[in-house]
Design a protein around this ligand. Structure first.
Ligand code: BTN
Length: 241
């Protein structure tokens, strides 16, 4: 399985994830198709947030995937591959990044990329996934946001299409190398995880607490060592402070 053999390039769209979902419904899609937009006017982020970036300066795209090795049970493996491929893509430009669980990408504590994966809810195989990826490429100003871009980090302008093809290459390499090796994939994911094995402050539904990230469940839940006990949390149950 390779992504990027088919590319749909849109000037402007509400959200590439929405567009992909609609196209899938109306006429079906080949697994691996990439849908790129120069501008999104209603880009979506995790936890119902919006994804706002300056038009034409950044990568905003979705990848449609049907992966036979994946099911509802191990769907988080795709999240790990996506996050690691962004880390690998950035490292080609000498940028060192970490993965803030589940799949935000940080450079020196600032967000450079976000991922919104929407899986079909049926229990059938193969799992159908729409992987939405935003990577800040040439934007220089982020206002109040604690964010950065490749250009901010390297000082170099990076043509958007070149960036997309470089990402696609990194993703295809990792998909081939790691999709059928869950243990190695998990090891690499944890080795790049922000605050792994470090004491830090978190917030759950009730209170602030100090704990240490010690792993991730196969389902994707974050495992934190809290007062000597291993507790697991999904995205809605925990905030990093
Ligand atoms: C996040 O960090 O909250 C996730 C952001 C995901 C943004 C990308 S941009 C392309 C795709 N289309 C969307 O509407 N969202 C994702």
């Amino acid at each position: 399985m390779q992504i990027g053999r088919k590319l749909i390039h849109l000037e402007s769209v509400d959200s590439t994830n929405n567009y992909t979902a609609n196209l899938l419904k109306i006429e079906g899609l080949t697994s691996g198709t990439v849908i790129l937009a120069d501008e999104q006017f209603a880009g979506r982020g995790q936890r119902g947030a919006e994804w706002h970036v300056e038009p034409g300066l950044n990568l905003t795209f979705s990848v449609y995937l049907e992966l036979v090795n994946l099911s509802v049970v191990n769907q988080f493996d795709l999240s790990k591959i996506v996050a690691l491929s962004i880390v690998d893509f950035l490292s080609k430009d000498g940028i060192v990044s970490t993965i803030k669980w589940p799949n935000d990408i940080l450079v020196k504590g600032k967000k450079i990329s976000g991922v919104l994966i929407e899986n079909s809810v049926s229990s059938s195989r193969p799992l159908r996934s729409i992987v939405g990826i935003g990577i800040n490429i040439n934007q220089m100003e982020f206002g109040e946001l604690n964010a950065t871009s490749i250009r901010q980090e390297t000082g170099q302008f990076y043509p958007i299409r070149d960036a997309l093809f470089s990402f696609i290459e990194a993703f295809n390499q990792l998909l081939e190398a790691l999709l059928s090796k869950p243990d190695e994939l998990n090891e690499r994911y944890l080795a790049n995880l922000f605050q792994m094995n470090q004491r830090a402050w978190y917030l759950d539904a009730r209170e602030k607490f100090e704990g240490e990230i010690c792993g991730v469940e196969a389902t994707g839940k974050l495992i934190i060592l809290r007062n000597g006990e291993k507790m697991s949390y999904d995205l809605k149950e925990i905030h990093f402070l």
